[in-house]
Design a protein around this ligand. Sequence first.
Ligand code: 5GP
Length: 199
Amino acid sequence: MNKGMLIVVSGPSGVGKGTVLSKVFESDNNLAYSVSCTTRKPREGETDGVHYRFLTEKEFLENIAQNRMLEYTVYCDNYYGTDAQYVEKLRESGTDVVLEIETNGALNIISKCPDAVTVFIAPPSLEHLYLRLSGRATESRDVIEKRFIKAKEELARIDNYEYLVINDSVEKAAEDILAVLRAERIKKYNKNNFRGVLL
Ligand code: 5GP
């Protein structure tokens, strides 16, 4: 069995990563979403263990100390990170795993796991992104401004990613990611599987 791929998806807050990825997950049944750990408070409608594992700062720091994080970062005053064992188990079972993470974490993954597939989702324009961020009723003005500044920093890192997907239409952005997955699977798995046929 082939080991599952690691797919890193980044994009600024408010770009619509969640909506695009839900569409991708609807159409691809060999894909798992890596549920991250965070010290951020749950937003309305978020469930522990589904959207995130919501931890206290003490718990998060213990995880770091015990080397349990594949990567982690501080983003807008909260810790976010990926549980290494959780991701490894999924990959060992042949499932491709999507990490929806910000750019610092992505850069760490790129240096630790050079075979990771990296995708950046960008908005059609900065203005578009600001309107989306400020339209979110869940965040205070202060948080919106912080996230917008962060978004501009993240957009400056696009060149570290292999693929850029523009979210001017959710359907098209999802199709682009599905196309990336298909091409990467052909690239990574076909030769391996074919060698098996020749034996
Ligand atoms: P939010 O608070 O909007 O859910 O997430 C804020 C940012 O943290 C987003 O860009 C999201 O992709 C990122 N993020 C979520 N989980 C992780 C993680 O495990 N590691 C890193 N580095 N970033 C994460």
